[in-house]
Design a protein around this ligand. Structure first.
Ligand code: NAP
Length: 229
């Protein structure tokens, strides 16, 4: 789906996977331009200041169209919380924050930034997580992260159905990056179990470039296999 000379936009370019994707695209011979947005860029994307999504869209909407948009923003823990181990850990503040970062913010980004994809063809990929798969949930725990990624998956799938009608050359996909050594995974033996971010970026890109229009609305892992919802 990507033309020989493509333009890309990475949301969450300050993150471990986001910055690795930036490096990968900056050195890709066919990537004409890559723009990265994050909480400190100008314009910024900050889900804690939700209007920043509209402002960033306004700033980009008169520029040239993109062929690849990747949203890599997400959170599993913060200075204030760690993933819940048991029902007794559930609290409204963490659930709200996780839904905002992993589902609401990404959905509002799809609403606006999908308008910036070249009508001739393009890919909008949002990083999700296999632990958001309801069918694959065997271990339990991580309530708000799992539930917010499951909500994200539904939002992506639903958007893909509408966009298939209004933007027939657009692929919308939820991508599980696998375990990657990162700030997000570090407290959970990520450095021991995860892959290098630069390897993950390359694998994710190779899976994306193989997607076809019929794949729009898919939930795939970095290695290209379909993950059950
Ligand atoms: N690493 C893994 O093993 C793994 C596994 C499965 C899925 N994932 C998914 O992959 C994505 C990237 O993860 P990562 O490992 O690269 O994590 P990371 O290094 O912690 O990066 C997270 C990114 O999200 C941004 N972010 C977090 N909260 C935000 C908010 N409220 N508003 C705007 N930006 C916000 C961060 O911005 P700042 O730099 O400003 O903090 C950073 O750019 C996430 O969606 C995650 O769920 C990762």
């Amino acid at each position: 789906m990507l033309p020989r000379h493509f333009r890309a936009l990475v949301l969450g370019s300050s993150g471990t996977i986001g910055s690795a994707i930036m490096r990968f695209l900056e050195s890709h011979p066919h990537c004409e331009q890559v723009i990265g947005l994050n909480r400190r860029s100008v314009p910024a994307i900050n889900y804690d200041a939700i209007d920043s999504i509209d402002s960033a869209y306004e700033a980009l909407k008169t520029g040239p169209r993109f062929h690849l948009i990747m949203n890599t923003i997400g959170a599993l823990h913060s200075d204030h919380f760690m993933p819940e181990k048991k029902l007794a850990d559930l609290n409204a503040s963490q659930l709200n924050q996780q839904f905002m970062t992993n589902a609401i913010g990404p959905a509002l980004c799809i609403k606006l930034f999908s308008q910036l994809i070249d009508p001739a063809g393009g890919i909008y990929a949002n990083l999700s997580a296999k632990v958001g798969s309801i069918e694959d949930n065997r271990l339990g725990g991580w309530y708000s992260y799992r539930a917010s990624k499951a909500a994200l998956n539904m939002l992506i799938k639903t958007a893909s159905i509408e966009l298939r009608r209004t933007k027939p050359n657009l692929i919308v996909a939820a991508i599980h990056p696998g375990t990657v050594k990162s700030r997000l995974s570090r407290p959970f033996r990520g450095d021991e179990l995860g892959r290098e971010p630069d390897v993950a970026a390359q694998e994710i890109f190779h899976t994306l470039e193989k997607l076809e229009l019929k794949d729009s609305g898919c939930f795939k892992s970095y290695s290209g296999e379909t993950i059950p919802w």
